[in-house]
Design a binder for this molecule. Sequence first.
Ligand code: ADP
Ligand code: MG
Length: 267
Amino acid sequence: MASVFCVANQKGGVGKTTTSVNLAAGLARIGQRVLLVDLDPQGNATMGSGVDKRQLSPSVYQALLGIAPLQQARRRSPHGGYDVLGANRELAGAEVELVDQPRREHRLKDLLREVDADYDFVLIDTPPALGLLTLNALCAARGVIVPMQCEYFALEGLTDLVNTVRQVHAKLNPELVLIGLLRVMFDPRITLQQQVSDQLKTHFGNKVFETVIPRNVRLAEAPSYGMPGVVFDRASRGALAYVEFAEEMVRRVSATGFGSRGSTVPA
Ligand code: ADP
Ligand code: MG
């Protein structure tokens, strides 16, 4: 059975897509079967996995609207070693078109049931907004991974996200928990980043992942080659950090049963 996690943060440019793509590739590297779902109409996770968003039909959009089965919409990332349920601009329409559909917040969850046995992990990349698409991700997931830069205003945005997770937990998905905060684009030479990082640990304790992702230009270059950074330059510091993060995720899931459907998990 698959452990479903969504990568979310209402802010744009904080490393959601980079984390989704490289965690998928990192998990695949260590032998996990992974499906990456791109729920952002920008389709960056799709392109970054080496799947052309302009030649996607059916895509996650048709699958969500029940026009095509997921099995037909998923593709193999040519270099990543995982499957992709890709997105493109069409998906923006789903925000509106799903509104009057039955179980509109649970479409993705229902859809993923069809392929549950095929994967160990399902990762969902989300758009930088809290609309119906992100709600679908939060309803399908057991855990939320929140990438964040250790900057002063990062903490402010976090309050909104934590409240949203609480609300979804209370009203729509009682299984949902905030699994953790992932420090990304980290530069230890910047004192403020160290301070914010320490503050995060004080406030959130073990909800902060041990792994820290450094700022590393190879991670930023990889998407233009249609490859996850983990594959593009295996020895780069960014690649090594994401593989380490994948190992941490596997450890957390197997230590607590956290994330796998059907297990009892304390919130
Ligand atoms: P989001 O999906 O939250 O909008 P992205 O993952 O697209 O954020 O990242 C925003 C920008 O930062 C991209 O140009 C990406 O290549 C770059 N980036 C992300 N993580 C890193 C990192 N660890 N080191 C260097 N650049 C990064
Ligand atoms: Mg993104």
